[in-house]
Design a protein around this ligand. Structure first.
Ligand SMILES: Cc1cc2nc3c(=O)[nH]c(=O)nc-3n(C[C@H](O)[C@H](O)[C@H](O)COP(=O)(O)O)c2cc1C
Ligand code: SF4
Length: 505
């Protein structure tokens, strides 16, 4: 129990204002929030950007950055005497090897995009929609009309799970509780993924209009935008968009906008960990059910939606659910595919949902070298071999292949890549980012990493002998998707490249 009058929600913003955990800050936060200092310290140490405020430049060690020489970049910084540390992922796989200095102005990223085409709902190369006609139309037609269009569209979540949006929206409208929240998940931490960054930078009004539509339909008065701490430019773009829309009278004056920056914890992208973080706690996923639509932020019904998902609302409202649905090749709509690793034009490509991997490679300027393997949907999705290049990149087809589309962070590997090393990079990521709350994940991720390191010592397959049991335990007994999928990069690499793991095909 907290002391009376204490504000836990104030803890993370205060720690942020004070520049992270330094001697004396826990006590200062205690004085200003009423939360005991030990509690403040415990929360602060969970978040890498608060835990190590003086670590200097962060060098990304995500898979794409590994493929493009992050070790050399770090060695150069060391040699030049520049303070630096590893970061799990910086969301800049398209400009690998990436680094980021929290104390300097964030440099702009120039990425490749699909060409300007007004028939693309997000059309990142086009002009931002600023009319707010979609919001006006929803006000005119009413919530039931909007929910009908949303259902017709078949829009499913673009954050990774692919859950139908209309089901969540209806579930919230059916709650008796009238205090409701809308939360934007802009934490984008999955290695290989950087699409939400581009949507927020290039189409901030689409994001703000989508959120305003959600608030209108769900009768919410507060919108929270939880954005990863490394994306300050994106936050400023959205703050500007809110101010512009307010000045023009497009937004309801009573709607409150809350911008919240993440602090460097990948797990806070998981929706219930994000809610814990918003409430000023360590970002540890909650057991589900209850789901956030019933008991979310502050225990109230909450819509949590990914940036790409919400940004599609304007096109669905203005051009119709059926129009949007028909854009898809195998499943509804278009999809933002992030292409990085060994491709000639890394970037964000909007294409019909279910575009084949071969076509995506063409969009991204072809493979730099010869295709060996690819990770279709972020670190959690595992690997597929070059022989699967014709697979259609949608939720269903990839699930049938035993992997997943996830956040569509596609990382391409050429013939020079050692699959054991590739699996090890992902294992290190998951071990570091596990919140540690449940033992199958906390211990399992350690075992997976140790197993690979042991195997690499002399490539003796005996080192891999207990892997199937460990992987099974992690999949079956972990609380959240991190632990459930953390062994997939290794198990898929063994499945498709048995020779590299000392096994016969
Ligand atoms: C380990 C883990 C990390 C996740 N990271 C993100 C993320 O960075 N961004 C995101 O939108 N969803 C992420 N998700 C999915 C969210 O939990 C949730 O499904 C999503 O925010 C719902 O929005 P959507 O339906 O629009 O996709 C993650 C899930 C897991 C298990
Ligand atoms: S699976 Fe891992 S990240 Fe998820 S709750 Fe358990 S320990 Fe935390």
């Amino acid at each position: 129990m907290l002391p009376k009058g204490a504000s836990r929600e104030a803890v993370l913003p205060l720690l942020d204002d004070l520049g992270g955990l330094r001697p004396g800050t826990s006590d200062e936060v205690r004085q200003r929030s009423g939360v005991p200092a030990a509690d403040v310290y415990g929360v602060g140490t969970f978040y890498s950007l608060l835990r190590e405020p003086e670590a200097g430049v962060r060098v990304c060690q995500g898979l794409s950055c590994q493929l493009h020489g992050c070790e050399d970049l770090k060695a150069d910084l060391d040699a030049a005497g520049v303070a630096n540390t590893w970061a799990s992922c910086l969301g800049r796989c398209d400009v690998a090897p990436a680094s980021w200095d929290p104390d300097a102005e964030e440099p702009p990223v120039t990425t490749h995009l699909s060409p300007d085409d007004p028939d693309l709902p997000l059309n990142l190369s086009g002009r931002d929609a600023e009319s707010y006609d979609a919001l006006r139309r929803v006000r005119r037609e009413g919530p039931e009309w909007l929910l009908g269009e949303l259902e017709t569209s078949g829009l499913s979540g673009r954050g990774g799970a692919g859950f139908p949006a209309h089901i969540k929206w209806r579930a919230i409208r059916n709650q008796e509780e009238t205090e409701r929240y809308v939360v934007l998940n802009a934490d984008e931490g999955e290695p290989g993924t950087f699409k939400d960054r581009e949507v927020m930078l290039r189409r901030p009004h689409l994001v703000i209009e989508g959120l305003a539509i959600a608030a209108e339909v769900l009768e919410a008065r507060d919108v929270y935008l939880y954005t990863r701490g490394e994306f300050r430019r994106a936050v400023h773009a959205m703050e500007r968009a809110v101010e512009e829309a307010k000045t023009r009278g497009d937004l309801d004056d009573e709607l409150r906008w809350h911008f919240v920056e993440g602090h460097g914890a990948y797990i806070c992208g998981e929706e219930t960990a994000l809610l814990e973080s918003l409430e000023g706690k360590r970002g540890m996923p909650r057991m589900k059910p209850p789901f956030p639509v019933e008991k979310g932020f502050r225990g109230k019904p909450t819509l949590i939606q990914n940036v790409e998902t919400i940004a599609n609302m304007t096109a669905i409202v203005l051009r119709g659910g059926q129009w949007w649905k028909d854009l898809g090749a195998t499943q509804p709509g278009t999809k933002l595919y992030c292409m990085s690793g060994h491709v000639n034009k890394p970037g964000v490509y909007e294409a019909p949902m279910g575009t084949s991997m071969a076509e995506l490679l063409e969009l991204a300027g072809g493979v730099d070298g010869t295709l060996k393997a690819f990770s279709p949907g972020g670190a959690s999705s595992g690997y597929l071999p070059a022989s699967k290049v014709d697979v259609t990149m949608d939720f269903k087809s990839l699930q049938e292949e035993g992997c997943m589309l996830g956040s569509a962070g596609v990382v391409v590997l050429n013939e020079t890549v050692d699959m054991v090393e590739a699996a090890l990079h992902q294992a290190i990521f998951f071990e570091y980012e596990s919140c540690g709350q449940c033992s199958p994940c906390r211990i399992g991720t350690q075992i997976v990493r140790q197993t690979l390191e042991r195997y690499l010592e002399n490539r003796d397959p005996a080192a891999l002998s207990h892997l199937d049991e460990v992987s099974w335990g992690m999949e079956q007994a972990s609380i959240c998707g991190l632990g459930q999928a953390a062994s997939w990069p290794l198990t898929s690499a063994i499945k498709y490249f048995p020779g590299e793991f000392g096994r016969s095909a």
